[in-house]
Design a protein around this ligand. Structure first.
Ligand code: PA5
Length: 435
């Protein structure tokens, strides 16, 4: 397997080593809980075996549907919120061109709905869909979430008006519960192809089910490689019970040690703009899993060097409450040289013959040094490159570490009771019967 590594900056490691040794027993016990399923939330551990243990017949059916829908779609609308869209968006945005909306390839361009209630967003989406051949995936585990339900009603009405009901039902697929929920019932009645989110897989752990795989495949990316990366990382996480052999355990141990030392915020940092949705997905995974009982690191993110010109001052000099977890990618997919300019009016000829990656890496090294000297602990997660395989590794790594970290923190990482509070108030304000 290509290596994914976790490394704590030397100066921080020196001061934390004793605490890391002490927490190791707890981290190993947390790993055992995940593997044995003997702690709170054990009815939501289906993701642990997902990359091996998935419905192969459904997966082949999904590929056939992807081929059928791709042939008639320039745009693919993914309707979902939270765990029902962030994983797909993370992988797609990491792999597609930053300019994919303007430079369309042969595969459908994925747009998102159901993650917002902004009215102008929907009028702009409908304007786009007026002129594009499109198909739709509506994704909701519960099948009752308001935001995707409203979005689906709007998009379904548009599609039916455009093509008629019969053709519209050939262009819609539903990903939802196998037996219950409003979306399940609509899909059965309208005859949409259906894909199942297993009962024992929660939304934020569902990217390796059709929730993530279907949109990722529609965007033209290789879901076999994604699953292979996740499978290989699972093997490491399942088989190794040492911090040095198992990067997920090391990451979980370090973040809990730093939390106990008084750190309140973890910033996931990357120097590649295409990883911004990795941070969004990670924020949901860790925020919803650990933010309970007034505990947990607040997940935040930074993009280098962009945010050094906005947040850099605070990180360097503001209140000392944060740590940084840097995603370091060894190789970019392509190279762009800095051209020579004889006049050198901009004074940057000293950069000629250096690749942008060298320049970016020097900026990142400089940032790490500066932040360490400013009292911000820095940890690095190193990967070879950004492709389907590595993203599969990262997905499983962060999921496994999240389960271990949550149990080490002393919470149930697999529920989300806090998410219900706003819904009750919203339903009351909207006059929903029973509220
Ligand atoms: O992780 C979770 O469980 C949540 O973020 C859900 O994914 C999100 O609330 C959407 O729920 P549903 O898929 O039921 O519409």
């Amino acid at each position: 397997m290509e290596k994914l590594s976790v490394r704590l900056a030397d100066s921080v490691e020196k001061t934390c080593q004793k605490a890391i040794n002490e927490i190791t027993t707890e981290v190993l016990a947390a790993r055992e809980h995940l593997l044995k399923g003997d702690a709170d939330g054990n009815d939501f551990l289906g993701w642990v075996n997902l990359p091996e243990d998935y419905d192969k017949e459904e997966y082949s059916r999904m590929k056939a549907d992807v081929a059928r829908l791709s042939a008639k779609s320039k745009v693919f609308v993914v309707i979902g919120i939270g765990g029902s869209y962030l994983g797909a968006r993370m992988v797609i945005e990491a792999l597609q061109s930053e300019f994919a909306s303007l430079v369309r390839g042969s595969k459908p361009y994925v747009v998102y709905a159901g993650h917002t209630l902004g009215e102008d967003y929907y009028s702009q989406l409908l304007n786009l869909l007026d002129h594009e051949d499109y198909s739709v995936a509506v994704i909701s585990k519960s099948g009752t979430t308001t935001e995707p339900a409203v979005a689906f009603r709007i998009v379904k009405a548009h599609l039916e008006k455009k093509h008629g009901k019969a053709e519209a039902s050939q262009r819609i697929v539903a990903v939802t519960d196998a037996r219950k929920g409003a979306l399940h019932d609509i899909a059965v009645k309208e005859g949409y192809p259906m894909y199942v989110i297993p009962d024992n897989v929660g939304g934020r752990f569902s990217v390796l089910t059709p929730v993530g795989l279907l949109p990722i495949a529609m965007a033209g990316f290789d879901t076999d490689r994604l699953l292979q990366g996740a499978r290989d990382m699972r093997k490491v996480c399942i088989e190794s019970n040492t911090l040095e052999g198992n990067p997920a355990l090391k990451y979980a141990a370090i973040r809990n040690v730093l939390y106990r030392s008084g750190i309140k915020v973890e910033m996931l940092v990357s120097n590649l703009p295409n990883l911004r949705y990795l941070a969004e997905w990670w924020k949901q995974l860790y925020g919803e899993s650990e933010g309970k009982e007034h505990k947990g690191l607040l997940p935040h993110s930074l993009s280098i060097t962009t945010d050094l010109h906005s947040m850099g001052q605070y990180v360097q000099d503001g209140e000392r409450l944060m740590m940084e977890t840097m995603i370091r990618v060894k190789e970019p997919a392509t190279h762009v040289p800095v051209p020579t300019d004889e006049q050198n009016l901009d004074g940057i000829n000293y950069l000629v013959n250096k690749s942008l990656t060298e320049i970016n890496n020097c900026a990142t090294e400089g940032t790490i040094e500066a932040h360490l000297s400013g009292g911000v602990p820095v940890m690095e997660i190193g990967v070879e490159r950004v492709d389907e395989y590595v993203l599969g590794q990262l997905i499983y790594f962060f999921e496994f570490a999240c389960g271990v970290s949550g149990y080490t923190l002393g919470v149930n990482p697999f529920n989300q009771p806090g998410v219900e509070a706003y819904k009750k108030n919203m339903f009351r304000l909207l006059g929903k019967p029973g509220f």
